[in-house]
Design a protein around this ligand. Structure first.
Ligand code: XIL
Length: 369
């Protein structure tokens, strides 16, 4: 009988162990450390470290954070004379403790607005509000927050200015004022304009014009954030690439700030949609309540690989890529635009295990290094 060669056995064991440990130590943030920050949005529970498993995943994989909700005006400035910084203090402390890039979301946005702000009637009141709101929040975290979404979603899909309490009282100037106030409160912090559907040529052009106008009026804009709430088939890689090139030609940083990829049917895609059609509770609109079929899992992985390959090609123009949430189970896309569905838009599944898409994103780097 042939004995096992102990020398060979030792070498094989060491080899297997080194392969396993390589997989164990690799992470998104380490793999992409020379390219751009890899971020995630944190819920209130995650800021408070309520679940140790989720917390260690966040610390292992990500080196940038965005506050998913807690800095929006309805939470941070619920009444005219009352700010609530309880959670934002914890959020900033969390980022500092873990040496992460800390992004503030968002100063001026028409959604999740405190109800009292909706009542602002004229330009004088609006100017006073903006000065107080922006100056108070930005100065409080001066030197501790790295970048801010100063204005979120000011545009309609055709690139024109959206009607809101801000534009109704101040017109387009509200953007100039907002960027000036933020820069005055913290001259070193990076200031971003953030919006969705920027890969659509009309809206992209609107954003480009907006940023040019703000700069021409003396405002400081350091970057544009494309939210990147994308689908399996759109936007096309060509439009994503044009967006990166066009924005960086303005001399600003490009960030992908809320990346996720829905795999579920979208009510707006339905041809001849009957407006009275009920989407909630309709099983056709929630096709994978138990498990994502392998074929779609593969498509999602391929889509993420294609996107990250393109982002790597333009890494010199991209500051940060942030996922909108840590894992599928917590994604806002389980409840939007239809409540109570099961979506699979991120790199980690509902049990926190990494998906094929995660491996696809990491493999782009590991095959090269
Ligand atoms: C979403 C949050 O993820 C949800 O929890 C909340 O109920 C609604 O807002 N664009 C943005 C984000 O800029 O702030 C939104 O976040 C998603 C769309």
């Amino acid at each position: 009988m042939k004995l096992i060669n102990p020398y060979l056995l030792a070498i094989t064991t060491m080899f297997v162990m080194s392969c396993t440990s390589k997989k164990e130590v690799s992470s998104l943030k380490d793999s992409y450390k020379n390219d751009f920050y890899i971020g995630t949005a944190l819920s209130a529970d995650q800021i408070e470290e309520k679940d140790a498993k989720v917390d260690s995943l966040i610390r292992k994989e990500f080196n940038a954070i965005t506050s998913e909700n807690i800095m929006k005006s309805m939470f941070i400035h619920p009444q005219k004379d009352k700010y609530d910084f309880t959670l934002s203090d914890k959020y900033v402390a969390y980022g500092e403790k873990n040496k992460m890039l800390i992004h503030g979301h968002t100063l001026i946005w028409h959604s999740q607005l405190a109800p009292w702000m909706e009542q602002i009637k004229d330009s004088t009141e609006m100017k006073a509000f903006m000065k107080d709101h922006i100056t108070t929040i930005v100065s409080k975290y001066k030197g501790r927050i790295n970048s801010w979404d100063v204005v979120n979603e000011a545009l309609n899909d055709d690139g024109t200015l959206r009607k809101s309490v801000f534009s109704n009282t101040l017109g387009e100037n509200f953007l100039v004022d907002a960027f000036k106030l933020a820069a005055a409160a913290d001259p070193k912090v990076d200031l971003y304009y953030n919006d969705y559907n920027l890969e659509d040529p009309a809206k992209r052009e609107g954003a480009i014009n907006l940023v040019k106008k703000i700069k021409a009026a003396g405002g400081k804009v350091d970057g544009i954030g494309s939210q990147a709430h994308w689908k399996l088939n759109s936007p096309s890689l060509e439009e994503i690439e044009k967006t990166i090139l066009d924005f960086s030609a303005l001399g600003v940083k490009v960030a992908f700030t809320e990346l996720d990829i829905t795999v579920l049917p979208n009510p707006w895609d339905l041809k001849g949609a009957d407006v009275n059609q009920k989407f909630e509770g309709n099983p056709k609109m929630n096709p994978y309540p138990e498990k994502l079929p392998d074929s779609i899992q593969d498509k999602l992985a391929q889509r993420y690989a294609d996107i990250f390959k393109l982002l790597l090609k333009h890494k010199d123009k991209i500051s940060r890529v942030t996922f909108w949430g840590v894992y599928d189970g917590q994604s806002w896309l389980n409840d939007w635009p239809i409540k109570g569905r099961t979506n699979y838009p991120l790199l980690f599944d509902a049990k926190l295990a990494h998906k094929k898409a995660y491996d696809a994103v990491l493999n782009l780097k590991e095959s090269k290094e």
